[in-house]
Design a binder for this molecule. Sequence first.
Ligand code: 3PG
Length: 311
Amino acid sequence: RPLDINIELPDEQSAQKLKIGISFATWWALNVVFNIYNKKVLNAFPYPWLTSTLSLACGSLMMLVSWASRIAEAPKTDLDFWKTLFPVAVAHTIGHVAATVSMSKVAVSFTHIIKSGEPAFSVLVSRFFLGETFPLPVYLSLLPIIGGCALAAVTELNFNMIGFMGAMISNLAFVFRNIFSKKGMKGKSVSGMNYYACLSMMSLLILTPFAIAVEGPKMWAAGWENAVSQIGPNFVWWVVAQSVFYHLYNQVSYMSLDQISPLTFSIGNTMKRISVIVASIIIFHTPVQPVNALGAAIAILGTFLYSQAKM
Ligand code: 3PG
């Protein structure tokens, strides 16, 4: 009887590694561009509920056009699929809008330093809500994550409570999104790209009424006029850029999730945050005190120790 094992040849392995490396680099680059344009837009037009909605609307439109023109094949979904997607979409919407509200109030780097604490939320939620236990080193790795984030928060020059809480809520919501989507993806044949497309569409439907209730067309119209008078007619392209790049970085990250483990993904995500923190500090000339940078470095080191401990 022939042995039913799949041996990867060294050539295949290095091709696979190269492919993952390229998707990671693309993901980080797209994410840096999104964060820069998102902050530029929010500085001139501080309406995060609308900009979050536009990001989802743009992604949904791009995917509908790709399906209609057959650039991408539309997924075959049933009612069950949309039902299991619903809690994922609620969590995605909350996490997305909370992060954007946070970035409208504080430096991009600060939001991402707090967001680098996501693994700590993941462990605490799994422990207290799902009753999962972890080996001691995993718990120990939370100390530098929590301590580093706390140090960075108390020494942040432009600290703002809404900015801080927004990033914390985003962390919590994204942990639940990951838990729900793990359940939802089981046994489903929808690709990562299409899964994210459906997620955007459902989140858009959920977010739109809330965005209208919280901000609304009156505020948007006045704010838009003000932004265009400051920046000029090119302002609209900043909004387009933040929306398109939001969709693209998420699409690439969901596509790479198809090929890698959640753990490799979370390491990639932490490295993404380092690129965003460094790029945004340079571009926006964010003032950083040495002790503040130390807090960020300790938190990020903690997330690497966490991934080692999980391995
Ligand atoms: C958002 O707006 O959804 C956040 O910026 C997303 O953050 P993340 O994808 O870097 O976790």
